[in-house]
Design a protein around this ligand. Sequence first.
Ligand SMILES: NC(=O)c1ccc[n+]([C@@H]2O[C@H](COP(=O)([O-])OP(=O)(O)OC[C@H]3O[C@@H](n4cnc5c(N)ncnc54)[C@H](OP(=O)(O)O)[C@@H]3O)[C@@H](O)[C@H]2O)c1
Length: 422
Amino acid sequence: MKRTAIGFLGCGNIGCGVYRLLETHGETMAQNEGVAFDIRRILVRSPGKKRSWDIPAHLLTDRAEDVLDDPQIEIVMEFMGGEEPAASYMIEALRRGKTVVTANKMALAAHWEEIVRAAREHGAGLYYEASVCGAIPIIRALNESLQANRITSMMGIINGTTNYILTRMREEGAAYSDVLADAQRLGLAEPDPTADVEGYDAAYKLSILATLAFHRHVPVESVYREGITKITPQDVQYGREFGLTLKLLAVAREVDGRVEARVHPAFVPDSHPLAGVGGAFNAVYLNGHACGEMMFYGRGAGDMPTASALVSDMIKAAKAKRHMLPAVGDARCEMAEDWACVHFVRMQAKDEPGVLAQVAGLFARHGVSIASVAQKAGGDRPGAVQMIFLTHGGSEQAVRRALCELNHDIASVCSMIRVEGV
Ligand SMILES: NC(=O)c1ccc[n+]([C@@H]2O[C@H](COP(=O)([O-])OP(=O)(O)OC[C@H]3O[C@@H](n4cnc5c(N)ncnc54)[C@H](OP(=O)(O)O)[C@@H]3O)[C@@H](O)[C@H]2O)c1
């Protein structure tokens, strides 16, 4: 039986999950896989702190050197979170020829090139399945199962917190702030929810997914990002009347050699497989030129689902004769500045003859074609109505230009939401 010495960087939710999985299932895994693990040291901030799983005190340390300098440790498991010092510790471990297994999308996406270079230059392994979508094996699928494909597009629900909030807004007609407060009470949203609700978490994950899918580095700064904080119950309900379900979508496409990578609220038709992904679940729906459409679905967070991906990477690393690095070329990735999709535009407009014709004329002048319009009573001001336009698929910049020229004496824009998957 091969025994591999490992060290942990961090032992919070995820670290305790990994420890627990190894303690409760390690023997069976050893029998099945022929590898066993010895945990030598665990770096934490406060060794005396009470943890969700009983960790032997002699393993805990607050000195990173105890893990990084230990020549016997072959695999460094990183789940301390944050950008620094996590990224520097990972790079240091790789430079010493140690394999790194990480759950940290932020450090990995923000320091992708340095981390991959350190792994390549020192022949060390780098495994990161848990950094995107928890237990769902999407990284392995992109790296190992779908290499024969040109991936043309990818759409994902890759943040469980926002999906939980939007699912409840749809089911209950509830307001964003009420559901968020509830999610925080239930521990499904952080006390500071910014990373989730403003789309940063999904942007880090999309940067990693798009980089692997298109074989060129898609920097996180190039990912267009909009969160869900401005979504109103009206948008969710009006969308519903059009047969649409609202999600925080991560979308990546390659069109004519340019890459689109964007995270924003988007409607999908109720009949689309992503519409049925409810609560805190995650899913990635992709299209490959040979494999066709595919959807990966499962738990994208939580201690045990994430530990499942981390321990699986650990087994793979321990058994590897040669580590495989991401198949990503050095060519610069050209990002798209515009993209085509259907747009849902909700306006508050004067309830007067000719207003609809003026707005339709404005769209027409900018080449935006309207697929359907609905008018609803109940504007915020007396004498106002709500008008909802669904466009045909077309340039986003054209829609934006048209809306910039809207005469505010007759109508104002309440929301503009993309519709994908039509
Ligand atoms: N939570 C999830 O469901 C989930 C899912 C997928 C991926 N992830 C990723 O997994 C990582 C960890 O998440 P988590 O929820 O386990 O976080 P967490 O509960 O906050 O745990 C972080 C751990 O790292 C230690 N730590 C943090 N900064 C440190 C420093 N500067 N020096 C030494 N130790 C330090 C903490 O020590 P103390 O315990 O002493 O404070 C703690 O043990 C993050 O990158 C996260 O994005 C999480």
